[in-house]
Ligand binder design. Structure first.
Ligand code: SF4
Length: 460
């Protein structure tokens, strides 16, 4: 069927993986929406489905392949043109097109500026792999079509990573770290705040590497100052993916002193034993991260820290893992995510000696998360009785308790952290603010009472 002839071509996109990939997906939809493509409500209604894949670990790769096959076999409607984009394309290249006949084309993460002519060639029946090398500079494709609620938005400040951790393929897939022009970021944030954004979450592979590659550009703390000057009306600005050894005193002071900056920091620590951190190629040891956490706790009272840990890295013996658990008890963190090490072909770690059996890797991940569950519960219980400001994320109708609201404090990031449930006689919409008293806690979520709407964060 010649879709061109029909005039309107409906396109949908599936965003997999991290928040950075979600931003890419939104830029792709924005670009197509500006060039006579109609954005379909769901993949089933689309003529073209772009599956923006993830390839971080094995389970993410499988999820991406499943999403491609599902897009190619819609439960209703005719079979769409399916295009794969994202990290799986970078990782496997043309082999992906050969292996998955359901695909009509694949486009790499550095090729999105050529998306329109590429899609037209696919529409004309050309089955193509477009995988261009990274450009010297990184800039956005233009205004996005948001896939998150407009009140809470991710902003990508850089692409790629230069840290070269031994287990990670991202530098290979996404290239070295390239920072976006600061003015481009400021203009985008202004536009998003004008569109109702109450919370901006800054993302990159390593946000603390911002500006290091751009002559005359500010570093992350400098960029934050520029943003706070440009959008003084923005209630919440949050920093995600901070590389521990790059968290500067200037950044810490800014988070401590500026009410708009969420008292929240995401630190992918990966481990806490110096021997394992060194094997991973992380540029810090136990002493450095202990000192950093102590400094953060002293300088920013009430700060919520999120960390990611990896279990079962080659060479991790019981004593290393036990030390990690002891570290978590010495430095209880509010939020923790954990991955079992997943060997990735093409990484230095894949050929390291002393591999840990998969069942032991997974057993340690579960053990670690069980410990964290108790830590989170204890820390959440300390919030009971406090009145806190919540950003309403969603309304949950028809629950056994009637209409419930779900919101977050500044100490809870979207999607990855828990939230706060509450009931109120007021009729609220996502993006509104309430002040409420925490009445109960479980390891991940809180329950609040006595909510009352507020215009702007009244209390911390
Ligand atoms: S910091 Fe390390 S783990 Fe994170 S994206 Fe960069 S290379 Fe990968």
């Amino acid at each position: 069927m010649n879709l061109h002839a029909r005039g309107t071509i409906k396109v949908a996109a599936v965003a997999l993986g991290c928040a950075k990939n979600r931003v890419d997906t939104e830029e792709i939809l924005g670009l197509l929406g500006r060039h006579r493509f109609t954005i379909a409500a769901a993949p089933e209604d689309a003529d073209i489905v772009v599956v923006n894949t993830c390839s971080f670990i094995e389970s993410a790769q499988q999820e991406s392949i499943d999403a491609i096959l599902q897009a190619a076999r819609p439960s209703t409607g005719s079979r769409p043109i399916v295009i794969a984009a994202g990290c799986l394309v970078q990782h496997y290249g043309e082999a992906l097109l050969q292996k998955i006949p359901e695909l009509s084309g694949i486009i790499g993460v550095h090729s999105y500026k050529e998306l329109l002519p590429f899609i037209n060639r696919c529409l004309a029946g050309q089955r193509e792999a477009l995988i261009l090398p990274p450009e010297k500079n990184y800039s956005s494709l233009g205004p996005r079509l948001l896939t998150t609620p407009a009140h809470s938005v991710y902003v990508k400040i850089a692409e790629g990573c230069s840290n070269r951790c031994r287990y990670c393929l991202i530098p290979t897939m996404r290239g070295r770290s390239r920072s976006r022009n600061p003015q481009e970021i400021i203009d985008e944030v202004k536009e998003l705040v004008g569109g109702g954004a109450q919370e901006i979450n800054l993302v990159a592979q390593d946000t603390t590497a911002y500006g290091l590659d751009l002559t005359g550009a500010p570093d992350l703390a400098g960029l934050l100052k520029m943003l706070l000057r440009a959008v003084p009306q923005l209630p919440w600005l949050r920093v995600l993916y901070a590389y521990p050894s790059r968290v500067s005193d200037a950044l810490i002071d800014l988070i401590a002193d500026r009410p708009q900056l969420c008292k929240y920091l995401d630190l992918p620590l990966q481990h806490a034993h110096s021997e394992i951190l060194e094997r991973m190629g992380r540029r810090y040891g136990t002493a450095e991260i202990e000192a950093l956490i102590v400094k953060l706790r002293q300088r920013i009272p009430g700060l919520a820290l999120r960390a990611t840990y990896m279990t079962g890295f080659p060479g991790e013996r019981r004593r290393h893992f036990q030390e990690l658990l002891r570290f978590m008890q010495r430095h209880p963190l509010e939020r923790v995510g954990a991955f079992a090490y997943s060997p990735q072909e093409g990484t230095a770690a894949a050929s390291l000696d002393h591999p840990v059996p998969a069942r032991v890797r997974e057993k340690r991940r579960r053990q670690l998360m069980l410990l964290q569950k108790n830590i989170s519960l204890a820390l959440n219980r300390k919030l009971i009785g406090r009145r806190m400001t919540l950003l309403v994320d969603r309304v949950i109708e028809n629950t056994p308790h009637g209409t419930l609201y779900y919101g977050r404090t500044q100490y809870q990031a979207p999607e990855v952290d828990g939230g706060v449930y509450f009931k109120t006689a007021s009729v609220l919409k996502p993006g509104q603010w309430v002040s409420a008293r925490i009445a109960a806690a479980n390891p991940y979520d809180l329950l609040a009472v006595q909510p009352h709407p507020v215009q702007f964060p009244a209390s911390k």
